[in-house]
Design a protein around this ligand. Sequence first.
Ligand SMILES: [Fe+2]
Ligand SMILES: [Fe+2]
Length: 135
Amino acid sequence: MTFLLWDESMSVGVAEFDAHHRKLVDLVNTLFDAMKTGKGKEVMGKVLEELVAYSRYHFEAEEKLMRNYEYPAYITHRGEHEHLVEEVLALSQKFQAGDIFLSLDILNFLKEWLSKHILQSDMAYKEFFKQKGIR
Ligand SMILES: [Fe+2]
Ligand SMILES: [Fe+2]
């Protein structure tokens, strides 16, 4: 069973960002599998670090396109990204420091962390970029 599934209902209409979102979904699933199969701390720590790095990369790409097209909700959206990065970075650091272990609660948090942002905030730019002719 897949922990978090990307399907067409999650498509934001911009091919590049759909691909980024799929990669982020993959990383959360990889963490879930690592937890389930009792992978070592080092493996899980690496995936968490990748999640932090790839989130930053993806958020920057979205923000760049938003700036280029003067997306009206840019400031709010960027603020959300900053908050999301802080959250996942804090999680990664606590994990590396041995203060927390990966649990189903944490995986569910990451599932929400990602899917809520895509389904609510990212989805809000779908029509805007579509009008601009971006695919
Ligand atoms: Fe996104
Ligand atoms: Fe976003």
